[in-house]
Write a protein that binds this ligand. Structure first.
Ligand SMILES: Nc1nc2c(ncn2[C@@H]2O[C@H](COP(=O)(O)OP(=O)(O)O)[C@@H](O)[C@H]2O)c(=O)[nH]1
Ligand SMILES: [Mg+2]
Ligand SMILES: [Zn+2]
Length: 297
């Protein structure tokens, strides 16, 4: 029987390994979405082994569309306080579509999000600043960072204090390096809590909580190359662009797609420089993609 292990962080105690009651698992005898990072679980001791018996209802979930042909939700983590979307400008190149999808998914989950532009040591200051400005104007707190030089790391640590924070981003942008900078010495601790699989942080395929201090809870996620939205259809999309909100309802047509319709208030705002042209373009691309998928999700 394939009882998968998890790691529990009892309040005020050391992390412990636990197995999970079979009935919590799905038909394929895998945990799937039944227990994810951030879940609050009840457990019992049975013959010296902790066994999870129940998962407390979640106050929020950050999900994505699972990989694979069939549309399926993949819950990445639960009970979060914020999402930190990490990106770089070069190595790898900035991908607006990916960043904006993640922000959009956070918005959909009702979670505050912030943008962290890492590897700023590799680009001219004004280039980083222009990108940060796009997000600041959209209403997102944005950080200029370099995990290598340490720039911005303290400010990000303060922004994460007391807020369980999920770090998400394209692979290679430096998420893991950044988390090590935010939580020095955490490698050792991971060695202690994850002995069964023998996998280190860089090889784990699931999201992973590190809590170097009681007040600092950071969740690393595996780097991705693509991020599919979950639970958001083309018609809800404009609600997930916070800087659009003050213009919504002002288009000539109630069902305006904010594409090239006459009297579109969003387009007018983008052309007047009141919202970022890049964010508008990113919205249109994503909306077109969701329409293509054709699923009224
Ligand atoms: N120049 C530079 N390189 C960085 C920075 N942060 C991380 N890296 C490098 O980028 C590579 C990918 O980092 P990693 O943390 O594994 O990325 P992840 O896939 O997002 O977790 C590694 O070789 C890091 O040393 C940074 O701020 N500046
Ligand atoms: Mg990583
Ligand atoms: Zn419009």
């Amino acid at each position: 029987m394939d009882f998968r292990a998890c790691v529990l962080h009892p309040a005020g105690g050391e992390p412990i390994e636990a197995t999970v009651r079979g009935r919590l698992m799905g038909p394929r005898r895998s945990l799937g979405n039944a227990l994810v990072v951030g879940d609050v679980a009840h457990y019992v001791e049975e013959g010296g082994q902790a066994v999870v018996t129940e998962v407390t209802p979640r106050r929020n979930t950050f999900s994505r569309r699972g990989a694979g042909e069939r549309a399926a939700e993949q819950v990445v983590a639960a009970n979060l306080d914020q999402v930190v979307v990490v990106a770089s400008i070069v190595q790898p190149q900035f991908r607006a579509g990916l960043v904006d999808r993640m922000l959009c998914q956070a918005e959909h989950a009702g979670l505050p999000a912030r943008v962290a532009i890492n590897k700023c040591d590799l680009v001219p200051d004004d280039e980083a600043q222009a990108l940060l400005d796009d997000y600041v104007r959209a209403g997102y707190p944005a950080h200029r960072l370099s995990a290598r030089t340490g720039e911005g790391v303290e400010a990000l640590r303060r922004a994460c204090g007391g807020r369980r924070s999920l770090f998400a981003g394209h692979s290679g942008v430096g998420k893991s390096t950044l988390l090590s900078a935010l939580a020095p010495g955490v490698e050792l601790r991971e060695g202690l809590v994850n002995p069964r699989t023998g996998k280190g942080r860089h090889t784990t395929s699931a999201a992973w909580l590190i809590a170097p201090e009681p007040d600092l809870e950071l969740i690393d996620t595996p780097g991705v190359r693509a991020f599919g939205l979950w639970g958001i259809g083309p018609r809800d999309l404009d609600q997930a662009w916070p800087e659009f909100r003050r213009f919504l309802g002002k288009c000539r047509f109630a069902d305006c797609r904010h594409e090239s319709e006459p009297g579109c208030a969003i387009r007018a705002a983008a052309e007047a420089g009141e919202i970022s042209a890049r964010r508008w373009e990113s919205f249109r691309k994503l909306r077109a993609e969701l329409e293509q998928e054709g699923a009224p999700r």
